[in-house]
Design a protein around this ligand. Structure first.
Ligand code: HEC
Ligand code: HEC
Length: 431
């Protein structure tokens, strides 16, 4: 026979158990995730500061960043005076342009990625043809569809503007004597077609003067990199939620809706998204062929296959003579895969701020996140038609999501937006 006290204990125990059951999800959302999923979630947050870039000696120099900010918003570097970095990387659109294919002097072939957190990358551009933020800049300036400009024009633009010239010389020392027009023509750049006027003007200069202009050109990139390294943005609702998982803070645990939590569980678990979208940046920093068919009538884009050749040939790469620490980039460039193995591979984009950066993929083919997820959900069936190279086999692990799973994943991806950078960093003149 049970004593009254024992019954009271039993009842009390049962009552306590019910309370625990109800409290468990909010007390760390423990019941929601397996231990593996929980560990995988923790690996996505927080996002630390960008890694150091020893190839750019002024990467963290505030004066260089202030100059870089001016140059970022300055149309004067482009051939018609009207196009700046901010034409395609607009601060009010999370540093994208909202277009499928970016448009400078003409429409290009790729989608403009966000620059928020860009400094977290190891490789730049969808095809990785630049190995640093600074060496990315010369490509844009001399691209006929973007700035349509050239390195001599850029050097003159800085030299002839007293405030830009002062800012430049404070960081990098004296500019070459660009006023001597016999030595430094208004336009000039190396080109494959050596009979082009800009190539002829460039070829007529002395090697020493060409080197001096190249150095100014590299330094413009290095100053812009110093600015870009500050475009980090604050923590996202997802990061707050992870803090909640660690501390049990109820307000933080409530940062994600039940649908977003289900989406997160899929993302790190059964969905296998973090095979590629891994780490705090939601990118492994590498290149994959996810089997996007080439749209009818469009040229094939070989992605990383061509990117590797361009990177090797680039005189501004990390092991070149304008690098401030070639030894730091040596290993990175020594172990590149064979171009043939990289046909149709593109860089895994970060998914931070992804809800703000539509449209999606290297060619902006998908308007919404739902469209992207429908593509993944169709599996190999979505990769029928003309492919470049072969779809990676790991993608077979991604399941055929149901409509409600797609909604859950979308709800999760919408929680990765960071607070925007401070206004002092999003206008032409800096702090
Ligand atoms: C005409 C539009 C346009 C202009 C102007 C432009 N960009 Fe871009 N930007 C793009 C496109 C498109 C890409 C992707 C191109 C590719 O991958 O081949 C890109 C890529 C980048 C990347 C690589 C990001 C990553 O995650 O790999 C950086 C950094 C960048 N741009 C910075 C700049 C800077 C700095 C300027 C000014 C000097 C600039 N862009 C001017 C359109 C533009
Ligand atoms: C095998 C590696 C891999 C896997 C697995 C993978 N992705 Fe991707 N993801 C990529 C690559 C590479 C791209 C860019 C492809 C391109 O543009 O050609 C991309 C693009 C995206 C984009 C577009 C982002 C943008 O800014 O354009 C989203 C969103 C996305 N993936 C979400 C997911 C989700 C959700 C999952 C899980 C269901 C997933 N990915 C699984 C490699 C992968």
């Amino acid at each position: 026979m049970r004593s009254g006290a024992a019954i009271a204990t039993l009842l009390g125990g049962a009552f306590f158990a019910v309370m625990l059951g109800a409290a468990a999800p909010s007390a760390g959302d423990r019941a929601l995730y397996t231990p593996d999923e929980r560990a995988a979630i923790m690996a996505h947050s927080p996002l630390g500061p960008p890694p150091a870039d020893p190839t750019d000696a002024v990467a963290d120099n505030p004066r260089a960043a202030a100059l870089g900010q001016k140059l970022f918003f300055d149309g004067g570097l482009s051939v018609n005076g009207a196009i700046s970095c901010a034409t395609c990387h607009q601060p009010q659109r999370a540093f994208t342009d909202g277009r499928a294919l970016a448009k400078g002097l003409a429409v290009g072939t790729r989608n403009a990625p966000t620059l928020l957190g860009a400094a977290e990358n190891h490789w730049f551009f969808w095809d990785g043809r630049a190995d640093s933020l600074w060496s990315q800049v010369p490509y844009v300036i001399e691209n006929p569809r973007e700035f349509g400009s050239d390195r001599l024009h850029v050097a003159h633009a800085l030299y002839e503007d007293p405030s830009l010239r002062r800012a430049y010389e404070q960081v990098f020392g004296p500019m070459p004597p660009l006023a001597e027009s016999a030595r430094f023509p208004a336009h000039g750049r190396p080109e494959d077609d050596e009979t082009a006027p800009a190539a002829r003007a460039w070829g007529a200069m002395t090697a020493v003067d060409r080197d001096a202009v190249d150095r100014v050109f590299a330094n413009v990139g290095k100053a812009i990199e110093a600015y870009e390294r500050k475009l980090t943005g604050g923590p996202s609702p997802f990061d707050r939620y992870v803090e909640g998982l660690k501390t049990g803070d109820r307000a933080k645990l409530a940062m994600l809706s039940p649908a977003a939590k289900r989406g997160l569980k899929l993302f790190v678990g059964a969905g296998h998204c973090d095979l590629c979208h891994s780490g705090p940046d939601f990118s492994d920093g590498e290149f994959h062929n996810i089997g996007l068919p080439v749209p009818p009538g469009e040229d094939k884009d070989t992605g990383r296959a061509a990117g590797i050749a361009e990177l090797r040939a680039d005189s501004f790469n990390g092991i070149g003579r304008f690098s401030d620490d070639p030894s730091a980039a040596k290993d990175k460039l020594a172990y590149l895969p064979s171009p043939q193995s990289q046909l149709g591979a593109f860089k895994t984009p970060s998914l931070r701020n992804v809800a703000l950066t539509a449209p999606y993929m290297h060619d902006g083919r998908f308007k919404t996140l739902r469209d992207v997820l429908q593509f993944y959900a169709q599996g190999a069936a979505a990769s029928q038609g003309r492919l470049v190279g072969a779809r990676e086999e790991t993608l077979a692990l991604v399941p055929h999501f149901t409509a409600s799973q797609i909604s859950d994943l979308t709800a999760f991806l919408e929680q990765l937006d960071s607070a925007p950078p401070p206004p002092a960093l999003t206008r032409a003149t800096g702090p």
